[in-house]
Ligand binder design. Structure first.
Ligand code: SF4
Ligand code: SF4
Length: 431
């Protein structure tokens, strides 16, 4: 199937053993295993990276930019995700990490945690509007937002229209660097140091606006070794640190809620947990909730598949860094709030990828056929047919993407019937 949009998560076909491990863990039922190999249904994939985590054969990979790609720009700025600070447990001073990045070849570094401060202020302002549907839902994790687009279309309007911290950080970094150094913004490249593939996809294919202000994404894994070696000689320079502890706290799940609405919010991590709570919200069972923060990865961004450090260790490090100066002051002035495009320029729409047919009549007929096929299946949801559940298998059959004989249990039943028929035939012939 040709790709309709950029995906960071890819399958390396030659490495896939068709083990079906990934099949059942995909939150959007985007994987099928047929002909002994997995394939990803492009429109359904939200680039959450779950399949990367569970594949023991490293057949699922994330495509990000190599460090060498920064040379495309005259001036290069690193945008470290706050979760990067949790990768080096022994480092107590963030400016050492920031200086380490500069020593790797960047002309400057700008904290995405500072972008998170500004985004927090923008969401605080939005929450003052009683007309927005409740709960207001975070737009920070692109995999989570795409999950809502694909599986919870009725909640799309609850997603807050504020851009992600990396976008705001890139706009601020370019503007400030250009002004300070009297250079053109178009000569500056901003590279996000990413903990996850979903951010890479969000840069190439933004949600809520046409073009990303970020010029590339380099994975934490790609730079980890080099940055570790730089840290030993990186000087401490507190002037590089511009973010508050609240912004740094965004690295772990709950940090955003704490920054924007600590009294009446809920934060959930792990894509399956998010699905369960979104179902509750969809059914109107969480009335009175003001703000909801969901993160596809366990623990939030510290649990991203492109990180190096164990997510629990990283979370503990972030907790230490985010509680140095307890305060609810985001340190964002009103000028900053008006100087940048903090809000989406396009609406976020549901994705109709789960629809059976554009034509409603045909869709209903297909639904009936699916129920009929499903009733004839064993209901084990074993995945041996190459579809994640018996229901998705029935759907694949009706859509012409599988045959009944892909089900090993139906195949066995057919063989048993055929064998019996042959025995009966042999006996009839003998008589
Ligand atoms: S987990 Fe998925 S991608 Fe990895 S080998 Fe098994 S079927 Fe293939
Ligand atoms: S990245 Fe996530 S949504 Fe895409 S195929 Fe893998 S598990 Fe499914």
């Amino acid at each position: 199937m040709p790709q309709t949009r950029f995906h960071s998560v890819r399958l390396e076909k030659d490495k896939c053993r068709g083990c079906t491990n990934c099949l059942k863990r995909c939150p959007t039922e985007a994987i099928r295993v047929r002909g002994g190999r997995a394939h990803i249904i492009d429109e359904r994939c939200i680039d959450c990276g779950m399949c990367i985590k569970v594949c023991n054969y490293h057949a699922k990979v994330a495509v990000t930019d190599p460090l060498s790609s920064i040379s495309r720009y005259k001036y290069k700025i690193a945008l470290p995700a706050p979760s990067l600070y949790g990768q080096f447990g022994g480092v107590r001073n963030i400016s050492q990490i920031l200086n380490g990045l500069k020593q790797m070849g960047f002309d400057d570094v700008f904290e995405v945690a500072r972008g998170a401060d500004v985004v927090s202020q923008a969401i605080r302002d939005r929450l003052k509007n009683p007309d927005l549907p409740r709960p207001v839902i975070s737009s920070a994790c692109p995999a989570f937002v795409r999950l809502i687009q694909v599986r919870f279309p009725s909640l799309v309007d609850n997603i807050v229209d504020v851009r992600q911290p990396m976008e705001v950080a890139a706009m601020m970094a370019k503007r400030e660097f250009a002004r300070k150094n009297n250079v053109r913004e178009k000569d500056i490249g901003c590279f996000f140091i990413t903990p996850c593939p979903a951010k890479m996809t969000a840069i190439r294919h933004p949600i809520g606006h046409e073009k990303s202000a970020v010029d590339g994404a380099i994975s934490v894994l790609e730079i980890y070794g080099l940055l570790s070696s730089q840290l030993r000689k990186a000087p401490i320079d507190p002037s590089l640190e511009t973010a508050t502890d609240l912004g740094v706290g965004w690295a772990r799940n709950g940090g955003e809620s704490y920054a924007v609405c600590p009294e009446n919010s809920m934060s959930v991590d792990g894509i399956m947990n998010c699905i369960h709570v979104l179902e509750e919200i969809e059914d109107d069972r969480l009335q009175g909730l003001e703000f909801f923060e969901g993160a596809a990865c366990t623990g939030g961004c510290v649990g991203g598949p492109l990180n190096f450090e164990n997510s629990y260790v990283a979370r503990a490090s972030i907790h230490r860094l985010a509680t140095r100066n307890p305060s609810d002051d985001l340190n964002v002035d009103s000028g900053t709030m008006t100087k940048y495009d903090l809000y989406n320029s396009e609406s976020i729409h549901p994705k109709k990828v789960m629809m059976l047919d554009e034509d409603m009549e045909k869709a209903v007929a297909k639904m009936e056929k699916i129920d009929e096929v499903l009733a004839s299946l064993p209901g084990y949801d074993c995945g041996s047919c190459g579809s994640p559940t018996c229901r998705t298998f029935a759907e694949d059959i009706v859509q012409g993407n599988a045959t009944m004989m892909d089900c090993i249990h139906k195949m066995k039943e057919r063989i048993r019937i055929m064998a019996q028929q042959m025995v009966d035939l042999a006996e009839t012939t003998r008589e």
